[in-house]
Design a protein around this ligand. Structure first.
Ligand code: ADP
Ligand code: MG
Length: 261
């Protein structure tokens, strides 16, 4: 039986031959049906790891297995049916409407140049509704606010209905209410059996929904495991190099960084 959605073994990557390693022998097993939050300072390799998982960047060493099968044995189409990405920054320059943009998520299911079918439109509408932007459907994407664009990007990834969803700082531009809404959508995806991997700079968003946490620093994994084991004052202080205090509220870790500076 397959236990892990993703298995990463000794994966290293650098952007240019003389650049330092952006990923330095990263190994991790992401359990099927988990929500894994990747935390780490800027430049620690979080986005690079997501791009390597998606096959957009080729590692210089190591192996990646998706649902028990070598990533290199997936076709591009199979990969995009299996894994979807909400990128950290998406620059949409085309005058696409929000609905058309969400429908791009159906591309891996359509034959070349085929128009979306009625069922594709229904999936896209449901995605817009779940992130609360059905009212924006006719609006042009380039004219949206940063937060609205981010919600549209999440909706596009939902429309793709991948088994594994990677989200790179999906709530960075969102207000409290919209951030909660996106986190709730992710939790309900997990209840459907999907696997979620997200990066975030908000440790409390991580503790709110994650089952597992992976801490990165300078291209290396410094801790990985269940939330309660990894989210400790010592580990987080070491990760970010600032004093971090973790207390428990309502039986969950709450991360505080309120020391004067
Ligand atoms: P994070 O997402 O954790 O902030 P990244 O994965 O974006 O970190 O970056 C990891 C390292 O790789 C950083 O040192 C960054 O400067 C470098 N890097 C990221 N993207 C590129 C790129 N396109 N070209 C060269 N170096 C890059
Ligand atoms: Mg990043």
């Amino acid at each position: 039986m397959i236990r892990n959605a993703i298995e990463i073994r000794d994966v290293s990557f650098r952007y240019t031959p003389d650049a330092p390693l952006a990923l330095d022998k990263v190994s991790a097993e992401i359990p099927l049906g988990s929500i894994t939050a990747i935390l780490g300072p800027n430049g620690s390799g979080k986005s690079t790891l997501m791009h390597v998982l998606l096959g957009l960047l080729e590692p210089e060493g190591g192996q990646i297995r998706l649902a028990g099968r070598d990533q290199q044995r997936y076709s591009r189409r199979e990969l995009s049916q299996t894994m979807g990405l909400v990128p950290q920054d998406e620059h949409v320059t085309f005058e696409l409407s929000v609905l058309e943009y969400a429908l791009l998520g159906r591309t891996p299911y359509l034959s070349l140049l085929a128009l979306p079918r009625e069922e594709d439109r229904q999936v896209a509408w449901a995605a817009l509704e779940s992130v609360g932007i059905a009212n924006l459907a006719p609006r042009a994407v380039p004219g949206l606010s940063g937060g609205e664009k981010q919600l549209a990007t999440v909706a596009r990834a939902l429309t793709q209905t991948p088994q594994v969803m990677l989200l790179d700082e999906p709530t960075s531009h969102l207000d409290l209410g919209n951030a909660r809404r996106v986190l709730r959508v992710l939790r309900s995806l997990r209840q459907e059996g999907r696997t979620i991997v997200l990066t975030t700079h908000d440790p409390n968003a991580a503790t709110a929904i994650a089952t597992d946490v992976l801490l990165m620093r300078q291209g290396r994994v410094i801790a990985h495991g269940p939330v309660d084991e990894v989210m400790t004052s010592e580990q987080l202080s070491a990760t970010y190099d600032v004093p971090v205090q973790v207390i428990r509220v309502q039986d969950r870790p709450l991360v505080l960084t309120h020391e004067p500076f």
